[in-house]
Ligand binder design. Structure first.
Ligand SMILES: Nc1ncnc2c1ncn2[C@@H]1O[C@H](COP(=O)(O)OP(=O)(O)OP(=O)(O)O)[C@@H](O)[C@H]1O
Length: 345
């Protein structure tokens, strides 16, 4: 169980927090909402006493500045995904008629937007991210990524070229090549693309490792780096070919609090300074404050959208103090739950 989930715990509480209808029915306009940027607001943690009223420091806020969102870069038309389980007739419906277009209640993802995908386990988040990244096919429906229409007829060559040129991937497991240094790992996508000279590749890899604060670790192998450092190398590598779209699946999932905040701050900077569109899956509700928009997926459908008026970075000391309080708080009683069930949470 993820740190954020441990706190809210019971499914009923989780549903209340994220406002999912109990039956997973289609969303309605009434379910959409705009939330203030305070990540410790009552909406989130209403049963926890003494949570910091406002974790944002004025300096962090000031340095962010405003950003303008551009044209739609992720458009989805009636997308469904079914998996067949090998050796059985069972069909799993992972995504059910997802529609994110100009004529839908939820508008497409815009250039420069930071969108976080949330929702219960099995809701379809990773399936959707994989299809957006063109590393998996939809069963039906189409997507347009950065103006390029993807259909079942799109060739593997076309898709791999699209990924290499325009999309960066960051996953929970870092997927770095163990025998290559940090610098070589970051150079790799540029080498595969074949546009830059060896000297230019090296210079750019160095520049990216500096951006993520690892200029002193360039020669280290992944095994010689901490988890947070490895994730930063992964982010530098994802930026190697200057992608317009960054897809992130639980990028802070294996990290402690400090590294979680560091990585989220880094992503926020990239989002603002490079105008990179970010679509991120996470189970951690505490990082929702980094998004412009939250989309909640349940049973393969969008069931809720929340607009954050302003992206707000967490302040580490306040967040750590808050987590300490949270861990000391008695478990929230859940209707119908046994003592064993509570203990297991
Ligand atoms: N390769 C697969 N074969 C069969 N079923 C799959 C496969 N991948 C995912 N599923 C099923 O599809 C549904 C959606 O899974 P998905 O991983 O997209 O959900 P998720 O929201 O990312 O879940 P989690 O938060 O636990 O990672 C689940 O019921 C899952 O069991």
């Amino acid at each position: 169980m993820m740190p954020g989930e441990k706190f809210s715990g019971d499914p009923a509480a989780t549903n209340r927090v994220i406002g999912l209808p109990a039956d997973g029915a289609h969303s309605t306009a009434a379910a959409w909402s705009v939330r203030p940027p305070n990540p410790f607001s009552a909406t989130h943690h209403d049963h926890l006493p003494n949570s910091p009223s406002n974790p944002m420091s004025s300096s962090a806020l000031l340095s962010l500045g405003r950003k303008d969102l551009g044209e739609p870069v992720v458009v989805i038309h009636h997308l469904s995904k079914q998996y067949t389980v090998p050796g059985s007739d069972e069909v799993v419906r992972a995504l059910n008629d997802i529609h994110l277009a100009l004529d839908s209640e939820i508008h497409p993802i815009l250039r420069g937007e930071f969108v976080i995908l949330r929702g219960p386990s099995g809701g379809g988040k990773t399936s959707l991210l994989n299809i957006l990244g063109t590393i998996d096919n939809a069963t039906s429906g189409t997507i347009e990524i950065l103006g390029e229409r993807i259909t079942e007829h799109s060739s593997d060559t076309y898709l791999s070229d699209l990924r290499l040129r325009r999309i960066g991937f960051v996953f929970q497991s870092f997927n770095l090549l163990a025998t290559m240094s940090a610098l070589e790992n970051v150079e790799l996508p540029m080498t595969i693309r074949g546009k830059l000279s060896a000297k230019a590749r090296r210079a750019r890899a160095l520049e990216l490792l500096t951006l993520v604060g690892l200029q002193d670790r360039v020669a280290h192998l992944p095994s010689e780096l901490s988890g947070g450092e490895q994730q930063r190398v992964t982010i530098a590598r994802a930026l190697a070919n200057d992608p317009e779209l960054l897809l992130l699946d639980e990028p802070t999932g294996d990290l402690d609090t400090k590294n979680t905040v560091d990585i989220m701050d880094l992503l926020l900077r990239i989002n603002h300074e490079r105008r990179t569109t970010c679509v991120m899956v996470t189970h951690n509700p505490d990082v929702e404050c980094y998004a412009d928009r939250l989309l909640y997926l349940q049973d393969g459908r969008f069931v809720k959208q929340v607009i954050n008026e302003m992206q707000v970075p967490l302040v580490l000391e306040d967040y750590q103090a808050y987590l300490k309080l949270r861990d000391q708080a008695p478990p929230v009683a859940v209707e119908g739950e046994t003592a064993e069930g509570r203990a297991a949470r």
